[in-house]
Ligand binder design. Sequence first.
Ligand SMILES: [Zn+2]
Length: 65
Amino acid sequence: MDRKYIDCREMPSENNCDLAMAGSEEHLVEAAAIHAVTAHKHEDTPELREQIRGAMKDEVPGAIA
Ligand SMILES: [Zn+2]
């Protein structure tokens, strides 16, 4: 499985969100964009999705507790 993860603590945020998500890149971008809109009041733009892709890392098994 080639999964990526994203940790909200590494994204610019105003509410100290500590959510982490993992999945295939396609699904992760989708989930992270929805999260950014609902939890962080961002707008779902191509720029936002670029920023999300840039913040993704390869998932390390066991790294997310
Ligand atoms: Zn968040």
